[in-house]
Design a binder for this molecule. Sequence first.
Ligand SMILES: [Fe+2]
Ligand SMILES: [Fe+2]
Ligand SMILES: [Fe+2]
Length: 271
Amino acid sequence: MFDFSEDYRVGIQEIDREHEGLFALLNGAIDRLGERKESPAAIAGNFLGELKKYAAEHFSHEEAYMEKIEDKELSRQRGEHEAFAEALEHFYIHDNLKEAELRDLISYVVKWLFGHILASDMMIGKVRRDIPADAFTFTDKYKTDIAFIDEEHRTLFDIVREANALVTDDSLYDKYDAIMGILDRLRGYSEEHFRHEEEYMAKIGYPKLELQKTAHNAFVEKLIHIDIKEMRQIDEDQQAYLTELIDYLLSWLGAHILHMDRQIAEWERGL
Ligand SMILES: [Fe+2]
Ligand SMILES: [Fe+2]
Ligand SMILES: [Fe+2]
């Protein structure tokens, strides 16, 4: 059973209510599978049908909300929603569908939905625009007081700051290669840092390790996605695209440290 806990709350009532509805659809399918009264094909057909309808409505509400508040992440969000809807279209239901296939479908939806909420929906209305230069500095408020984590977070801030310097440097005409290089470095270093952090959480028996893993993986996925699929978009309007990207990266990083990573040390201290 998936518990729609505080950690998945975006803080916008309508969106949270609908996310809760998506969790309920997932739990419903798992329940029915456990009862063993219906064939996996029947459960899958029903689940997929309801999910497609519910998700389509939810995405359109969410996108309308983002449009209303002029959230610049809208196009990235829309792309992610479309990719999910398309993946669902490719799931083929046949009469002898095996339980394992239904479980694969459920796992895919869980992974996508939870990751998407943590990396994208959580940032609705929260990505800072026109970020001042000093916002790229790792200040005390970000400190967890776990030395190696703070050091690695400082390095992540440094890489994002470097990327921003490149983006805002008007003397560079075609920055594509340099930017791709630095985003690659950001992805590599993020993966390394997340691995260290996860090893540490496992070692101390931190109860929210899975939540952290989901958030980390979704962020890395986002970096990979930028790398491969949005290249054309970068050529079209490089500057605007990159500025928005930097805003997102810095905002996500700050929010993740403040709301998730700091909890690790608080839990350890017994707060
Ligand atoms: Fe979304
Ligand atoms: Fe971290
Ligand atoms: Fe983390």
